[in-house]
Design a protein around this ligand. Structure first.
Ligand SMILES: Cc1ncc(COP(=O)(O)O)c(C=O)c1O
Length: 429
């Protein structure tokens, strides 16, 4: 097996590593060369190689003024994705009534097939939406429910989705029951808590695949299997799951699955998806009423009026880019970056890293509770005085900050964060 030293020799000296202005073509060629060479190396070894990740970074337009550690909110696209989107936009512009509506909309079918293969589901059950919020609203507002029907949610779910269920309760008289898992609940505890709230009137359970604040990976397959046995629909919010944790829609047994593509897939802003079991499409209401001939067709959820095809077409390039790096290498790298943050905080009594271990923790998300401090002050100081972007979560039951690096993040970035964070903790103690 190739040794680590040999790996370093292979990658070191590459002209592109560290070069902020490399062209997309040069980055692609260099990555293709490296991927051929690294093919047989364990992801854990590649994870440590800054030279390799510097080539990956050269594929992004990184803002040199700021260390961006909020990639879980919305992530910059790799430059090649942006170029693919711009090219499609330019091509569609001169004659949009023809090129956009007749030519490009047809090409979106290739994207649907590619996404379905990527997620292991039937393309006829996959709609491309504008984001996870739209997909989740389609589920929450479009499921056929009667007054008195119960929906079980958790307070780890995304606030906008909880607001959507609350509106449905006000408008249609459904009943929303909320459970509150402990921050460090085990899989068994999560499973038991959800089903402790399920009763004879429960029609729906809504859970996150990966939670937004803690990055907890929920035992979706287990919950889905038990719910199916009881005739209950499980709506899964997978906004943070795609190309972040191993994912197969079929493997999860998910019939209602939503995701963002502008987060961990790095597709353009304005792209997301929903998967809905084929046998449920006809009975499910769309947000915008579709023409009658589409009632049983997954495309009815894409009937949102005139919209650009370019962001959707560029999803293909985002998938190609992510697959070239590979989920195993990406996860190993994100885990390294996470450990670099958490190792340095070990032993401090004034902050607390919340989260799970192993596969139960999504590696790209790290949550640090800051007892006695205002996360808004901490995030403002990090940004304004140190050029570090993280997100504060003041409304969480243990207020704190969330850190989410990505494949273009360097260990130097992480060290800059750690030093700045230590200094802000000192100033605010
Ligand atoms: C768990 C979860 N669900 C849904 C969303 C909404 O995603 P989008 O911005 O794609 O609408 C987010 C956004 O951060 C999220 O974290």
């Amino acid at each position: 097996m190739t040794t680590r030293r040999a790996l370093l020799r292979m990658v070191a000296g590459t002209a592109i590593a560290g070069c902020a202005t490399a062209s997309t073509h040069d980055v692609d060629a260099e990555l293709a060369r490296l991927h051929r060479r690294l093919r047989d190396l364990p992801a854990e070894i590649v994870a440590d190689d800054e030279s390799y990740w510097a080539v990956v970074r050269a594929g992004y337009d990184v803002d040199p003024r700021v260390v961006n550690l909020n990639n879980a909110g919305v992530c910059p696209t790799p430059r090649s994705v942006l170029e693919a989107m711009k090219a499609a936009w330019d091509a569609g512009n001169p004659l949009p009534a023809h090129t956009l509506l007749r030519v490009q909309e047809k090409k979106v079918e290739d994207v649907r097939r590619a996404l379905a293969a990527f997620l292991a589901c039937d393309p006829e059950s996959l709609a491309i939406t504008r984001n996870a919020s739209e997909s989740m609203a389609t589920f929450a507002l479009g499921l056929p429910l009667a007054p008195g029907d119960e929906v079980v949610v958790t307070d780890h779910n995304y606030p906008r989705v909880l607001q959507t269920w609350a509106q449905r309760a006000r408008r249609d008289g459904i009943v929303v029951k909320t459970v509150s898992p402990a921050s460090e609940a085990s899989d068994d505890a999560l499973f038991d808590l959800v089903f402790s709230a399920v009763g004879p009137k429960t029609k729906v359970v809504e859970i996150c695949h990966v939670t937004n604040v803690l990055g907890r990976v929920w035992p979706v397959a287990r919950i889905t299997a038990e719910a199916r046995r009881r005739g209950i629909v499980v709506v899964v919010d997978g906004a943070h799951a795609v190309h972040h944790v191993p994912l197969s829609i079929e493997g999860l047994g998910a019939t209602h699955y939503a995701a963002s593509l502008h987060k961990w897939v790095g597709a353009p802003v304005g792209t997301g998806l929903m998967v809905l079991g084929k046998d449920r499409i006809r009975e499910h209401f769309a947000l915008m009423p579709p023409p009658a001939n589409l009632e049983g067709d997954i495309r009815k959820f894409e009937e949102t009026g005139t919209r650009p095809a370019a962001p959707r077409l560029a999803i293909l390039e985002a998938l190609r880019w992510q697959e070239s790096i590979g989920l195993a290498r990406k996860r190993a790298r994100l885990s390294r970056l996470r450990s670099r943050i958490t190792d340095r905080l070990r032993g401090r009594s004034d902050v607390r890293v919340l989260g799970a271990a192993g596969e139960e923790q999504a590696p790209g998300i790290t949550y640090i509770a800051l007892p006695g401090r205002d996360p808004k002050v901490v995030t403002a100081r990090l940004f304004e005085r140190h050029g570090i972007l993280v997100v504060g979560v003041p409304a969480w039951r243990e207020p704190g900050i969330r850190i989410s690096p990505n494949v273009y993040t360097t260990t130097t970035d992480i060290d800059r964060f750690s030093e700045a964070f230590e200094s802000v903790l000192k100033e605010t103690s």
